[in-house]
Design a protein around this ligand. Structure first.
Ligand code: AMP
Length: 542
């Protein structure tokens, strides 16, 4: 017997966006401009602009499924795109503005982006790769009166020219693509993750549940996580779903600017990577009476492991709880959260801090298991270690047009995360290591392979590897480990000068260790774990 419910009702972003148009018209969206000034709007007019954008993009000839890239900071007009593009049957493809132009050229081409909506302040970056992509329409969100390049359209003028006629949001299949985000995997080029309407709806709904972030209409959310990173952690959609006020920092991610927003807008939930929150803590500690964080009820941190000391400091000194989330671009991203279960009510404060420093239990509909190197599933005993595998309705089922991505999936359809974990008896995940060797600095990947390949092109270098080492401010920074050719010499400064033209500045190794030999695995690969152990404290001890 089948259920007799309206199971065909599509779970689309437009369904809750239309509801927000009716119920949350007055909900505020507050953004900081590049010049530091504050712009205030509400969801009503903002979503009216999303409808105009839908008409405008159609008038440019874009059709269902076409990709519209964004290259932008977090602000209200980026939200206009975030809502308007998927609701009109197009696909938002957020480009990571911290990538090298060569990577951006590759990604925009691989995704077949037809249009791009770009911040005026990021036009110089776009200029470095636009001509190497299929992008036909460049739409600029302006923040100055400077003239636009001849090829570009003005976002404001485009919206003004588009008169909504009531047909701008079509009926959509819940499985249709809504958004796209590229991620740097273990091997090969960046890979595209394609979110569907359904995955976004289910992810946002679950994220809002009480045992997760518990987001509601009375919340004010400051997402410091960039909108180009991992689906903005679903927070743009979750906020529209629940009617939460949104506060957007623009390009101003320094602690003082964020603390000012928290105080002024009475932020209740702030979300970002550990680096950001370490910065906030340092600023607060330096001058505790200068700020007011009493409105905060939750700090959501993910993207990298959260130091226990950070959780402890915010809780004991400022009375704010940190909730750790684990996830990946491939998991929309939130897959587990570290909320403390009632079974720990009688535990000491120290035990609770330790628990919060783990990656928590999987959200409903996210199944987890971990597989040892021998290929067997590990017991949930908190001791055994294995690669975490996940599946669920907001987990990637395959990468976009990427034959070599198939190795990330098991034969029975689970996604292999590349994270090495233990799972405790209550289901709490504890990340032990990453099988990937990419370096995560301030929440953003640095490819060790790319750096070491480049280093090995230097005439004085025989062998080179680049490893992640702990560093207080950015969580991890690259450290180069170099074997010199006999009879040659060079310095760290010379090597950096050699790398600089090829990579973003923040990819530069913080230090170089010159060694006699790099340890290798039996397969002849660099044994990075041994080097990491050896140089673990290199940037901590100086
Ligand atoms: P990304 O796709 O850039 O968000 O990176 C995903 C990776 O970040 C995961 O595979 C983990 O290695 C790491 N990561 C995310 N959240 C956490 C966390 N709470 N603790 C430790 N590592 C994390």
């Amino acid at each position: 017997m089948q259920g007799l419910m309206m199971d065909d009702y599509p779970l689309t972003i437009s369904a809750f966006v239309k509801r927000a148009e009716l119920l949350f018209r007055d909900r505020e969206v507050v953004s900081r401009r590049p010049d530091g000034s504050i712009v205030r709007t509400t969801l009503g007019p903002l979503l009216a602009r999303s409808r105009r954008l839908a008409v405008a993009l159609r008038s440019l000839g874009l059709q269902r499924g076409d990709r519209v890239a964004t290259l932008a900071w977090n602000h209200e007009d980026h939200l206009v795109v975030y809502y308007g593009v998927p609701c009109s049957g197009l696909v938002t493809h957020t480009l990571n503005l911290r990538l090298h132009p060569d990577d951006l050229a590759y990604i925009a081409t691989h995704a077949s982006d037809r249009a791009i909506v770009v911040d005026e302040v990021l036009l110089p970056l776009l200029e470095k790769f636009r001509e190497r992509t299929p992008i036909e329409h460049v739409i600029v969100m302006r923040t100055s009166d400077a003239p636009l390049p001849a090829y570009a359209l003005d976002f404001e003028a485009l919206l003004a020219s588009a008169e909504p006629d009531g047909t701008e949001y079509p009926e959509l299949d819940e499985r249709a693509a809504a958004g796209m985000c590229y991620t740097s995997g273990t091997t090969g080029r960046p890979k595209g993750v394609v979110y569907s309407h359904r995955s976004n709806v289910l992810h946002a709904m679950t994220e809002c549940m009480p045992n997760a972030i518990g987001l509601g209409e009375r919340d004010t959310v400051l997402a410091v996580v960039p909108m180009f990173h991992a689906n903005a952690w679903g927070l743009a959609f979750a906020s529209a779903l629940m009617g939460s006020k949104q506060v957007m920092p623009g390009p101003h991610l320094d602690a003082a600017s964020l603390l000012e927003l928290i105080r002024q807008e009475r932020v209740t939930v702030i979300a970002g990577v550990p680096t950001i929150m370490l910065g906030l803590l340092a600023a607060l500690d330096a001058n505790p009476t200068a700020w007011d964080t009493s409105s905060l009820r939750l700090i959501l941190i993910g993207g990298a492991a959260v130091p226990e000391s950070l959780i402890r400091a915010f809780s004991t000194r400022y009375g704010v709880e940190i909730l750790q989330g684990w996830g990946m671009t491939e998991t929309s991203p939130l897959a587990s959260v570290g909320s403390v279960p009632p079974s720990m009510d009688a535990a000491t404060a120290d035990e609770k801090f330790r628990y919060r420093a783990m990656q928590g239990r999987a959200l409903p509909f996210v199944d987890i298991r971990a597989r040892s190197e021998e290929g067997t599933l590990i017991a949930w005993d908190g001791v055994g270690m294995g690669e975490l595998e996940v599946r669920g309705p907001w987990v990637v089922s395959s990468y976009f047009d990427s034959p070599d991505g198939a190795q990330q999936f098991t034969n029975d359809g689970w996604f292999r995360t590349g994270d090495i974990v233990s799972i405790h008896a209550d289901g709490c995940i504890q990340i032990r290591d990453r099988s990937k060797d990419v370096i995560k600095s301030g929440g953003e990947w640095i490819s060790s392979v790319a750096l070491e390949n480049a280093l090995m092109g230097h005439p004085a270098v025989a062998e080179a590897t680049v490893i992640a080492v702990p560093e207080p401010r950015w969580s991890e920074r690259p450290l180069a480990v170099v074997v010199l050719r006999s009879g040659h010499s060079t310095t760290h400064a010379e090597l950096v000068a050699f790398l600089e033209p090829q990579f973003p500045k923040w990819w530069m190794p913080d230090a170089t260790e010159f060694v006699d030999a790099i340890p290798k695995t039996s397969a002849g690969k660099f044994l990075k774990s041994a080097l990491r152990e050896r140089f673990d404290r290199r940037l901590l001890d100086g």
